[in-house]
Design a protein around this ligand. Structure first.
Ligand SMILES: Cc1ncc(COP(=O)(O)O)c(C=O)c1O
Length: 375
């Protein structure tokens, strides 16, 4: 049994999630997507071992790193990859940005489905490309893609690239094989390459099954994965970029080198290898714990007018607050609970908040008590 109940003090000056807000001493931060749980013990031991050596020179992941990643994907998703189908970069968002730069030209259109993780938009516009935004449709309380509308916009805007989020942040969808296939087919038909951000792929709940887009789209996609959300090691900044399309990988790699991004740092290599080698039992218990936390939110929100979108994956709960004005701001000032504002996720997110429930259950309960007191 792992301990997810204890509270670990994160009040250090460099902690983003716990950043001090003037005038608030009892803040409960449930916004940025990292967890308040300690990483698996084997990851901590490995990082301590590496730190204890006292030499922190340039590093490069070796075959044992690749082996740990490859085995993880085989075991968890029955997905066969080889070492030469993978490059390593210090972050998924960085990889999205590189992909946009090397796979499209100035003013080309890139499609995203909003609401979605805010930096998708930034990676497109910041690189001088044009956005084609398609809104996910809320069908019976969960998000779906309107395939006809998607195809129409692709043709209309001559879209070149799709940035896809799977599982979906913030809606928590774990896309089905049929959905993935349909999206992939439209892309293939119109020459649209897919960048699939699968950073949340290990955080799948209630027996749902994540299918890597690569198993469906083959060499028409690149998959961006990382151990960072799964094992709460976002601060070590490590991502694996995987594709059967060697040309695309080479282009991204070249762009990374041009901009001075060279593989992973020593801690990133050590933590990733340890997490994928030893972390599975910890992850199994973590997922059950998160399901328990979501159950608390579900129960507490009953009859409040706040409507939770049932997540199928992630530790993020997307809540429709249409009945309350400026709700995220009120939660901060009146309840001292910091949540992510829906507008961060673009179109369709305006009336929502996103609640990160990857924290001890006692904290979730206290937060819900405070939230309800604001209503
Ligand atoms: C969908 C998605 N992609 C990427 C990231 C960030 O990845 P990285 O820290 O590796 O850039 C997040 C973090 O919340 C995310 O939710």
């Amino acid at each position: 049994m792992y301990d997810f109940d204890s509270i670990t003090d994160r009040h250090t000056p460099d902690d983003i999630k716990y950043k001090k807000i003037k005038g608030i001493d009892d803040l409960i931060p449930m916004w940025v997507a990292d967890m308040d749980f300690k990483s698996p013990p084997e990851v901590i031991e490995e990082l301590v071992r590496v730190a204890g050596n006292g030499i922190y020179g340039y590093s490069d992941a070796d075959a044992s790193y690749d082996e740990a990643v490859i085995s993880w994907y085989k075991k968890r998703f029955d997905w066969d990859i080889t070492g030469n189908q993978m490059i390593k970069l210090p972050g998924v968002v960085l990889a999205i940005s590189y992909a946009v730069r090397v796979l499209t030209d100035d003013n080309d259109h890139v499609m995203i489905f909003e609401p979605v993780y805010g930096p998708f938009r930034r990676c497109v516009e910041g690189n001088g490309r044009k956005l084609t935004v398609e809104e996910l449709k809320n069908v019976n309380g969960h998000y779906e893609v309107d395939l006809d509308e998607m195809e129409r916009k692709i043709v209309e805007d001559n879209v070149k690239l799709l940035i896809w989020c799977s599982p979906h942040n913030p809606g928590g969808r774990v896309w089905t094989e049929d959905e993935l296939r349909a999206v992939s087919e439209i892309c293939k038909k119109h020459g649209v390459f897919i960048v699939s951000d699968e950073i949340h792929s290990d955080l799948v709940l209630y027996g749902n099954k994540h299918i890597p887009m690569a198993k469906i789209a083959g060499d028409n996609c690149v998959i961006l994965t990382a151990p960072t959300k799964t094992f709460n090691i976002a601060g070590i900044q490590a991502a694996n970029i995987i594709s059967a399309n060697r040309e695309v990988l080479k282009k991204i790699d070249r762009e990374a080198l041009t901009t001075g991004a060279f593989g992973l740092n020593k801690m990133g290599i050590a933590a990733t290898r340890a997490a994928y080698t030893y972390g599975e039992p910890w992850l199994t218990e973590l997922l059950t714990y998160i399901e328990g936390n979501i159950a608390v939110v579900r129960e507490e929100l009953k009859g409040t007018g706040l409507i939770m979108m049932e997540p199928e994956g992630t530790y993020l709960v997307w809540i429709d607050c249409s009945s309350y004005k400026d709700f995220a701001k009120r939660l901060l000032t009146e309840a001292h609970v910091r949540v992510s504002e829906g507008s961060f996720f673009g179109r369709g997110g305006e009336n929502f908040i996103r609640l990160n429930v990857a924290c001890p259950r006692s904290v979730v309960k206290e937060a819900l008590k405070r939230i309800k007191a604001v209503l």
